[in-house]
Design a protein around this ligand. Structure first.
Ligand SMILES: Cc1ncc(COP(=O)(O)O)c(C=O)c1O
Length: 408
């Protein structure tokens, strides 16, 4: 990366003039914190006492036996407070907000996970908190809206555009332009203008640092492959970053939705449907039409349907350092179901994309090879989406009964 946040042409900071000073302040605070050896210790301390770090690296003995090839290990980001890796990023940015002396945080959220994590951080640190969420996502993710509000956040449904994540990001930027003196925008993934891709990766790198140390302690050798799902790219960058200089194959798995030929997917780096463009303050691969209008995306996992992707991952695609694959919705539901039954683990629908690809490849490898799958979040919090995906009749009845109770 150069000092303007470019990764061989991807990234940068395409921001309005009025935000330049705010971004400079953020870059300075981040650089100061990085240079201060006490900062990372403070970060690790809060993550261990508040968010169960280090998260375990679990040997999946039953899956390993079933596929009969490589040993399968699972990095347990689902055990973070609030149920996903999102906690790593928000707690890190929260510590920076304290250093900058700001008192208000705003965030965008799609699936609601990042919103809940940000509202939790704000409650813990005593910040005012506003969360922007597309109106469609507010409807889809009511339980997360409920928790954000209980945590003291104001949730603003965004009625512009297609009323999903990208529209929430636009609205959050509008707020930031108006309130930049008092407010920090806690961007939720390794996207957006510099320094967000690098800074979010820095906080999420705690995943890879732990996983590398744990596998060496447990097995004495590095894994052959590491798998992570890719929405904006933060959990993938987090687990990949410490293996970047090792002879380890890194595999990012995107949302193949209803298939790459269907146009109902969100595969930016594993399909030919995306092209390079500038939007939302940075340059990367976007799913856009010939006029640069963002296309509609689809995934069974609300956290994977973003139109853009981390500029760092776009760069790593071009260099060939990371291989990108796509998992289809029905494969994701099967992999989730299988993992629940075999190991008693409940990965989020997002994380289950990484499981799909690892399952496809495990049996081709030898018993001396090791795979690590990043379980970025837990699925039991997603009970509404997961139960819908399984088309569970008992659950449907329960929901109807509940609704009747409210209407009575
Ligand atoms: C559990 C989980 N995993 C993965 C993602 C995708 O985000 P990212 O690619 O930034 O890790 C999300 C986003 O909401 C998520 O909730």
């Amino acid at each position: 990366m150069d000092n303007r946040g470019y990764y061989d042409g991807f990234g940068g900071a395409f921001i309005p003039e009025i935000l330049v000073a705010t971004f400079d302040e953020l870059v300075d605070a981040y650089m100061d914190a990085k240079a201060d050896s006490g900062f990372w210790r403070e970060y690790e301390q809060i993550m261990s006492s508040y968010s169960c770090r280090p998260t375990p690296l679990t040997f999946a003995g039953n899956l390993t036996e079933h596929f009969g090839g490589a040993k399968i290990y699972i990095k347990r980001e689902d055990l973070n407070h609030t149920g996903a890796h999102k906690a790593n990023n928000v707690m890190g940015q929260g510590l920076l907000v304290k250093r900058m002396g700001k008192k208000r945080v705003i965030a965008e959220t799609g699936a609601g996970q990042h919103g809940v994590a940000t509202a939790t951080m704000a409650a813990r640190f005593g910040f005012n908190c506003t969360i922007y969420m597309g109106e469609v996502d507010v409807e889809r993710q009511r339980p997360n809206v409920f928790w954000m509000e209980r945590l003291g956040a104001e949730v603003i449904p965004v009625k512009e555009g297609t009323r999903i994540l990208k529209d929430a990001i636009n609205e959050a930027f509008r707020d930031w332009v108006t309130n930049m003196d008092t407010t920090h925008y806690v961007l939720g993934t390794a996207c957006g203008p510099h320094p967000f891709p690098e800074m979010v990766t820095y906080f999420q790198s705690i995943i890879g640092k732990e996983a590398r140390k744990q596998i060496l302690e447990l097995e004495g050798v590095l894994p052959k492959r590491v798998y992570a799902c890719v929405g904006g790219g933060s959990n993938a960058m987090g687990i990949f970053s410490d293996f970047m200089d090792d002879p380890v194959e890194l595999v990012g798995v995107e949302a193949g939705g209803e298939g790459l030929e269907s146009s109902r997917h969100a595969s930016r780096l594993s399909s030919k449907d995306a092209s390079i463009g500038v939007a939302q303050g940075y340059k990367t691969y976007f799913l856009q039409d010939d006029d640069g209008q963002m296309k509609e995306t689809h995934s069974i996992a609300a956290g994977l349907d973003y139109v853009g992707v981390s500029p760092i991952l776009s760069h790593l695609k071009e260099t060939g350092r990371v291989r990108f694959e796509a998992a289809m919705d029905h494969e994701v539901v099967d992999a989730l179901s299988f993992t629940i039954r075999k190991e008693g683990l409940i990965p989020a629908l997002e994380s289950s994309h990484a499981f799909v690809q690892a399952f496809k490849e495990a049996s081709e490898l030898s018993g001396d090879d090791i795979l690590i799958i990043n379980q970025s979040g837990r699925g039991d919090k997603d009970i509404f989406t997961v139960a819908d995906a399984f088309k569970d009749p008992g659950w449907e009845k329960f929901i109807i009964k509940k609704a009747e109770g409210y209407n009575a």
